[in-house]
Ligand binder design. Structure first.
Ligand code: PEP
Ligand code: MN
Length: 647
């Protein structure tokens, strides 16, 4: 059952409630959600739930109807995010695990790791103990294989995944791998599940060859009931009458599991199809269906693979697949999970190295690497789209700090009250946010260290119990109202009421508790203000994106390896002044992604230009370009080197 604790519960009351439940034979798990703190109590129900309900500190008791309890969405509404070193699996990200079926040699693993890492995989797989159908097939390199896997994982800064085939290997494997894989053939090896439950290391639990979804979730429950919450499910195809493919990949299991469970789900299209040519289409289908990531077999020379060669992708096929995933991710409001590798030179090194006075700055030793926890300022109220951008870029561990004005975000960053700021720079429908651009020009000690694009999905929300038919007035930011004009045309009796911001409109409606009032905002606001979504995605144009800049103090390093550079410069008042600068960019082979002009404050009819370019192959090219621009332009400043997730 779920015990929802009162908001004002004291630590003593919590302790008393836990004791009461444990004395009655329940295993108790505390789950701190955004809104409520709850206890999940699992065990045989030997008491009247009303006895729990009357305990001080308890708000209400809700029974869990499913046989799997800890794994169920009823217990935990939010997606679980499993942290494996720097990698996060679940919650709006797409994490890709890649590597060969079996570890064969150090060279093979290095070659694979280099290619898949470059293409965007965040974890490396490789079997050291192979449960082969035939006893005469290659059985794996065993401990030698684990050593290779660990070494290569460390070299390429990728956590590693490998299959455990029996309880007797648990002690050996736990020091070599970051994630233990339970194979399809072992999904119901309950002794193994119990053991892995106790060890607590993250587990990828493959679906059994003939397992129902419920049996699969019950296997996850075994792991969780024995103390391990770090469970990642993996759909890998089931046995059907069809023989064309090795298995039948059950794509529909993805939305089913996502509804039933809060656990993340990966999809393995390699075992799911057994055919190289079918892997990428099924991988894309899995992502489109809502999978939290993929596990894909990749081999540098599949024709020579000792295991599963016919279903292993060539590295360049994998690279193409990753590019396709990146292209469809924004439509799904998702982000490819990336983990920074050895950083390329940061902005401060660049400044120190250039010897150009405009670019002088602190030495590279002053660089601050991003911490795992920290404060990020954004403009707007809690639940604003900017807050979604914060969480999407940094993850849930970071705390988003609301600020009233854009300028406050800049000030908080400069004064060190926060580690980073997140500000919108451009919307695909409304254009550049000029106020933010002007602030970037005004505050030379603030730089851009990252970029995040999110899809703007407007949802209609209201207090619980309200229905669209009963709505009389709907509040939102004027832009939100305008972008949903078609909805209002279809519902002419609803009055549109402009509000200063979208999340503020939701807060207002939540406060009024009036069933005839609605608000339009992003999904995040419905969670913050505890209102219900009546209709999702009511915007006229679904191709509505906003790009946010992540800003920081000048000494801060870029967060991911930069692929973009943004510069600002002013031009002299002479014919061809802008052309001269752009020619320097062209002559140096720099591909321009954006060009924007802004009036210089206090100097009527003089302009600053902002230009964003693809990061050239070498830092020296950018360095040389800046020096050349300096000769022809009035003033040049590097606004930042940052990673942009495509356009
Ligand atoms: C594997 O991942 O290499 C494997 C053997 O998978 P499954 O257990 O899904 O067959
Ligand atoms: Mn395999």
């Amino acid at each position: 059952m779920i015990i929802v604790l009162r908001k004002d519960v004291t630590p003593e009351q919590k302790q008393e409630t836990r004791k009461f439940l444990e004395n009655h034979g329940f295993k108790v798990r505390e789950i701190v959600g955004e809104q409520d703190t709850i206890f999940g109590a699992v065990g045989r129900l030997t008491i009247d739930t009303r006895e729990v309900e009357i305990l001080p500190g308890v708000d209400r008791v809700i029974p869990i109807s499913k046989p799997y309890k800890l794994a169920s969405r009823e217990l935990k509404k939010e997606d679980s995010i499993i942290n494996i070193g720097p990698v996060r699996v679940g919650g709006g990200r797409i994490a890709v695990v890649a590597g060969p079926c079996a570890v064969e040699s150090l060279e093979q693993m290095r070659e694979t790791a280099e290619k898949v890492r470059e293409a965007g995989a965040v974890m490396l797989r490789g079997g050291a103990f192979k449960p082969r159908t035939s006893p005469y097939s290659f059985q794996g390199l065993e401990e030698e294989g684990l050593k290779i896997l660990k070494q290569v994982g460390e070299e390429f800064e990728m956590p590693v995944v490998s299959e455990i085939v029996g309880t007797e290997y648990a002690e050996l494997m736990k020091d070599y791998v970051d994630v233990l894989q339970v194979g399809a053939r072992n999904m119901q090896n309950f002794e193994l599940l119990k053991k892995l439950g106790k060890i607590g290391k993250a587990v990828v639990l493959k679906r059994g060859l003939s397992a129902t979804i419920e049996e699969w979730l019950m296997a996850a429950e075994y792991l969780m009931a024995h103390g391990n919450d770090n469970v990642i499910l993996c759909e890998r195809g089931i046995r059907t009458f069809e023989t064309y493919t090795r298995n039948t990949l059950d794509i529909s299991a993805i939305p089913v599991v996502r509804k039933l469970s809060h656990l993340p789900i990966l999809v393995d299209p390699s075992h799911g199809t057994g055919l190289r040519g079918k892997v990428s289409p099924m991988a894309l289908a899995a992502i489109a269906a809502g999978a939290d990531g993929l596990m894909v077999e990749v081999h540098p020379h599949p024709d020579q693979a000792l295991s599963d060669g016919p279903q292993s992708l060539y590295p360049d096929q994998f690279e193409r697949l990753m590019r396709d995933i990146e292209a469809i991710a924004p439509v799904l409001e998702k982000e490819l999970e990336r983990t920074p590798r050895k950083r390329r030179t940061g902005l401060s090194d660049y400044r120190a190295a250039s010897g150009n006075e405009v670019l002088s700055g602190p030495a590279s030793s002053d660089r601050t690497a991003p911490e795992k926890t920290g404060l990020i300022a954004f403009q707007g109220m809690r639940g604003a789209y900017s807050e979604t951008a914060v969480h999407r870029f940094f993850g849930e561990e970071y705390q988003a700090v609301p600020c009233e004005k854009f300028e406050d975000v800049f000030k908080q960053v400069l004064q060190g009250q926060v580690d980073y700021g997140t500000v919108p720079i451009e919307n695909s429908l409304a254009g550049t946010v000029h106020e933010v651009l002007d602030l970037l020009l005004q505050y030379p000690d603030v730089i851009v260290v990252g970029e995040q694009k999110i899809r703007i999905i407007h949802s209609l929300m209201a207090v619980p119990g309200a229905e669209i038919q009963g709505l009389k007035r709907v509040y939102s930011h004027p832009q939100g109202l305008a972008q949903c004009s078609r909805f209002f045309e279809e519902h002419p009796s609803i009055e549109r009421v402009p509000f200063f911001d979208t999340a503020g409109a939701v807060a207002h409606v939540a406060e009024q508790k009036d069933l005839s009032l609605g608000a339009i905002a992003g999904y995040e606001a419905s969670r913050v203000y505890d209102v219900e979504i009546l209709k999702e995605g009511i915007e006229n144009n679904p191709r509505n994106y906003t790009r946010f800049f992540i800003i920081a103090r000048t000494e801060t390093a870029p967060i991911h390896s930069p692929n973009r550079a943004a510069l600002v410069f002013s031009t002299r008042d002479k014919p061809g002044a802008l052309f001269d600068v752009l020619k320097v960019l062209a002559d140096n082979g720099l591909n321009m992604k954006k060009l924007e002009s802004r009036p210089i404050q206090g100097r009527p009819w003089n302009y600053m230009f902002l230009v964003a370019v693809d990061m050239p192959e070498s830092q020296d090219i950018l360095d040389g370009t800046i020096v050349e621009i300096k000769k022809t332009a009035g003033d040049v400043r590097v606004l930042g080197l940052y990673y942009s997730h495509g356009d």
